[in-house]
Design a protein around this ligand. Structure first.
Ligand SMILES: [Zn+2]
Length: 570
């Protein structure tokens, strides 16, 4: 007999097959004796080494269904972990156990096609508008992403809400999130603009189902209905949102009928940051005289405790004649959503008020003439201690010190842990610390479903008094619209929406979703297939990806995978 090394490649394969066939025969004989007739044992593969050659032989017919499900599970895993095609190919090249990359790609394409029929993606043309505004805060500052996003300007994408709801309803009924005896869907519409570099934004409008309250904090439960790179501006939004507006009006008036012929009613809600909300309401900017979306307060009255401000505008009135209320300069875009369902977002209340509290500390240092290299070093050191990235710099040709704008979670850390005694005399440091602590507690209470609205109202009022009473450093003119809303409208909103709680209207998950998607899909190196013009638009990629996420919501392929038991015999 020839040794293995002296065989041709075909000869080697034939010998391996011969061995495998013998083993297969022995397997059949043995199992015939050791297994019950109904047990249905089946040998699937055989692995062995001969010299330096490794063999993996599949035995019997291949199970087409099983291969398909495994490949689909791989698509789900890649989508979930945002593994690129190239990344998966490399992984598959080191393991026989993973489905082949071409098979995974084919399944991905098939799922995408299936889903695009159920939830079609339409493209919207957007005439690029000139806009001189500059993003005050930059959320994403990666040159490659900025460049790719800029190249995508002019095209937006959208999906119909009804198609998404119809697809999700069976699963929601099964999980008892929805109830046929009370067929109402509480649908929250949210908008978010991520600032990508200085000039552009990725604008995302989502819908989410408030009935699914336990999962409302998860980004994947926000379904993108409109997506476009461009600017956040009334004129643009009014055009891009037109089909959505038509759909929302119809949903509100008629509801819709699902695939099982159940008639659903839809109750609409809206939440976003102030800028987006004001644009959609046709209202002036937050710094104008009549700034409040809900009532007719004016800038001068916001620190006046003799008024009890409550929602006194109505959407019916705005729809009939928006000029009726001062500050409204255009018709409201979402004029089918009642004003008490325009819910302020806890995240931005926390972010913006913390910004003010922090800015006031720096202003006070300046006015106390303790502003200098020493103070700046102390701040930088203290930030280092509490693990927050922060630095100062002088802008070219200016004597004004600029400083890092704090990131979301960092703001909460500064609010709780920054040691103010390092900057101020003890008594003053205690005063500010107290003000900060109380704001932190208010923010926590705002998100807590168990908070009593009356108690919150009292605490918020007390906090604003404390703010104004802190040694005359802070004045009524320092009160911002967000502070005013915290004190006057949040308690009212808490009462109105006590069933869901204000945390259910937080924009934190939408921001996270938008951020993740921009970072992933506009990064050239991680994109699959084609370059230049042949490449599919990132907007379509994102919406197709979201369609697949919906598919996997209803068909969790990963959960269905059962790994074989791994045992060892010697
Ligand atoms: Zn108001």
């Amino acid at each position: 007999m020839k040794s293995f090394d002296n065989l041709t490649s075909t000869g080697q394969n034939n010998r391996a097959k011969k061995i495998a066939k013998s083993i297969s025969a022995i397997f059949d004989q043995t199992t015939a004796k050791s297994c019950h007739l109904d047990d249905n044992p089946s040998l699937k593969s055989i692995k062995f080494d001969i010299r330096d050659n490794s063999f993996h032989l599949s035995v019997n017919e291949e199970n087409v269904e099983e291969i398909k499900h495994k490949a689909r599970a791989a698509v789900q895993a890649c989508d979930k972990g945002q593994v690129t095609r190239e990344g998966y190919r490399t992984l598959a090249s080191i393991s026989q156990d993973l489905p082949r990359e071409w098979k995974v790609s084919a399944e991905k394409k098939e799922i995408t096609c299936e889903m695009n029929k159920i939830i079609p993606i339409s493209l919207v043309n957007i005439t690029p508008q000139s806009d001189n505004s500059v993003n005050s805060e930059i959320h994403i500052n990666d040159a490659e992403i900025i460049d790719n996003l800029q190249q995508s300007i002019g095209k937006g994408g959208r999906r119909d809400i009804v198609n998404i709801l119809k697809y999700l309803i069976p699963g929601l009924l099964e999980r008892k999130v929805l109830d046929i005896t009370n067929p109402t869907i509480h649908l929250r519409i949210s908008g978010d603009g991520r600032n990508v570099g200085r000039k552009v934004k990725q604008v995302m409008i989502t819908c989410s189902i408030l009935n699914d309250i336990d999962n409302i904090y998860r980004p994947e439960n926000y379904y993108t209905i409109i997506l476009y790179p461009g600017i956040e501006k009334y004129e643009t939004l009014n055009i891009v949102l037109e089909p959505l507006i038509t759909e929302l009006r119809k949903l509100k008036e008629e509801g819709f009928r699902d695939n099982q012929n159940i008639e659903w009613k839809v109750e609409l809600y809206f939440s976003s940051d102030w800028k987006f909300l004001a644009i959609c309401l046709g209202l002036n900017a937050a710094n104008s005289k009549y700034f409040c979306p809900w009532c007719e307060v004016s800038k001068e009255q916001q620190g006046d405790f003799s008024y009890e401000w409550t929602i006194n505008k109505t959407m019916d009135q705005i729809r009939e004649d928006y000029t009726f209320y001062r500050g409204h300069t255009r018709p409201a875009i979402f004029d089918m959503i009642p004003l008490q369902n325009w819910v302020p977002d806890e995240l931005h209340i926390m972010l913006r008020i913390t910004d003010v509290l922090w800015r006031l500390v720096l202003d006070e240092l300046r006015s106390r003439n303790t502003w200098g290299d020493r103070a700046r070093n102390v701040i930088v050191e203290e930030m280092k201690r509490i693990d927050v990235k922060f630095h100062f710099w002088l802008e070219v040709g200016s004597t004004n010190w600029q400083y890092t704008s704090l990131m979301g979670q960092d703001k909460l850390i500064v609010l709780q842990h920054f040691d103010l005694t390092k900057l101020f005399p003890n008594s003053r440091a205690t005063q500010i610390r107290n003000l900060w602590d109380n704001f932190y507690l208010l923010h926590k209470a705002m998100k807590d479903l168990k908070t009593d609205a009356k108690q919150f109202s009292d605490d918020a009022c007390a906090w604003l008094r404390q703010f104004l009473d802190s040694n005359y450093f802070y004045q009524a003119s320092d009160i911002t619209p967000y502070m005013y809303v915290l004190v006057y409208h949040i308690p009212e909103m808490m009462r109105i929406h006590c069933h869901f709680g204000l945390a259910a209207f937080s924009c934190s998950a939408v921001e996270k979703k938008n951020h993740q998607q921009v970072s992933h899909f506009f990064k050239k190196t991680t994109k699959d297939g084609g370059v230049g013009k042949g490449r599919k638009s990132a907007i379509v990629d994102i919406l197709e990806y979201e369609n697949r996420v919906l598919y996997f919501t209803n068909n969790n392929e990963i959960d269905l995978i059962q790994l074989p038991k791994r045992l060892r015999v010697k």
